[in-house]
Write a protein that binds this ligand. Structure first.
Ligand code: ZN
Length: 313
């Protein structure tokens, strides 16, 4: 059996195709066509599952924590309107016409992504180590081996490939793990280094996890904590997606610390998650809805909540 897997950000989804090996050339072509078809239609799902993020248990957050969290979400999505470099919301990106690879905005985005890829790799590796420590899994000998291999996979990523058909998705095909495929609408919609690093880091975390979900111990721990805090069902693929988003937010925070400038910390931090400030808030089986994603990342990261609230001016 061979597994082709695609893992993606934004509103795309990880999809797996299983087929018998060895496979013939026509079958391979067929599979690749299917892959392309699924990629190009990933954002045009006609049957999303709003409300599939069913509440299983009562959230364990206190009323006070929840109020702080609501304030922080307010800062993120207010900055989405005020900040000239804010990231465009996913639902707005989805409504836009496809953008040629040669358009100035797509080219600028592709250059930004390629320029920031080395920084994003370094930040993902340090954030991943930090997260493993935070969740108490780093000392297990088996996990240490897996973490070393995960870091080696991240180090091997070399290139961002702009793709008009991928629209507002970014993806990693695990059959081509050195390349991050980036839709041109997404490249143009992430208008800051912080927004771009968060999505690059999300994809790099998928690469780190690899095609055998080798970091599942860590991913499950994050998913369990996220489920407890929010009362949402954040297990399986949803756990992986939220872990990728969390690594994205951690990477951006570390980037801001290492590159101080005149902009407020809150404004810069907001860019790491504000592409989720949507009007049309729909999730699916593998992804929380965008607004639930913001809430969950902040619930998992109280330091981010404090900085968004305290450094908003
Ligand atoms: Zn993803």
């Amino acid at each position: 059996m061979k597994n082709i897997s695609r893992k993606d950000a934004a509103f795309g989804r990880k999809t797996q195709w299983w087929f018998l090996a060895p496979y013939s050339a026509p079958l391979r072509l067929c599979v690749e066509l299917l892959l392309l078809l699924c990629l190009s239609t990933a954002v045009a799902q006609t049957n999303p599952k709003p409300g599939s993020h069913s509440t299983r248990v009562r959230p364990s957050m206190s009323a006070e924590t929840k109020a702080l969290l609501d304030d922080a979400i307010g800062v993120v999505c207010t900055q989405a309107k005020l900040d000239p470099k804010s990231s465009i919301a996913i639902d707005e990106m989805q409504a836009r016409p496809s953008l040629p690879v040669t358009s100035p905005d797509a080219r600028a985005g592709a250059e930004r992504a390629q320029r920031l890829l080395p920084v994003a790799k370094t930040l993902v590796i340090s954030s991943l180590r930090q997260l493993a420590t935070d969740y108490g899994v780093q000392k297990a000998p088996k996990f240490q081996v897996k973490l070393r291999l995960a870091i080696a996979r991240v180090s091997e990523v070399r290139r961002v490939r702009p793709d008009m058909e991928a629209r507002d998705n970014a993806s990693v095909y695990l059959s081509r793990p050195h390349v991050i495929t980036f839709g041109t609408i997404f490249l143009a919609g992430l208008r800051s280094d912080e927004g771009m690093i968060s999505v690059l880091a999300h994809e790099l975390m998928h690469v780190a996890d690899g095609d055998n979900d080798s970091l599942r111990t860590l991913v499950a721990a994050v998913g369990n904590k996220a489920s407890d805090l929010t009362g949402l069902d954040i297990h399986g693929q949803r756990g992986e997606e939220i872990t990728c988003d969390l690594i994205g937010a951690m990477a951006v925070r570390a980037y801001i610390v290492s590159t101080p400038d005149y902009e407020s910390i809150a404004r810069r931090l907001a860019r790491s998650i504000q592409h989720n400030c949507v009007e049309l808030d729909e999730g699916d089986e593998d992804h929380l809805s965008p607004r639930s994603t913001i809430r969950t990342i902040l619930a998992l990261n109280p330091g981010l909540v404090r900085e968004l609230i305290n450094d908003r001016f």
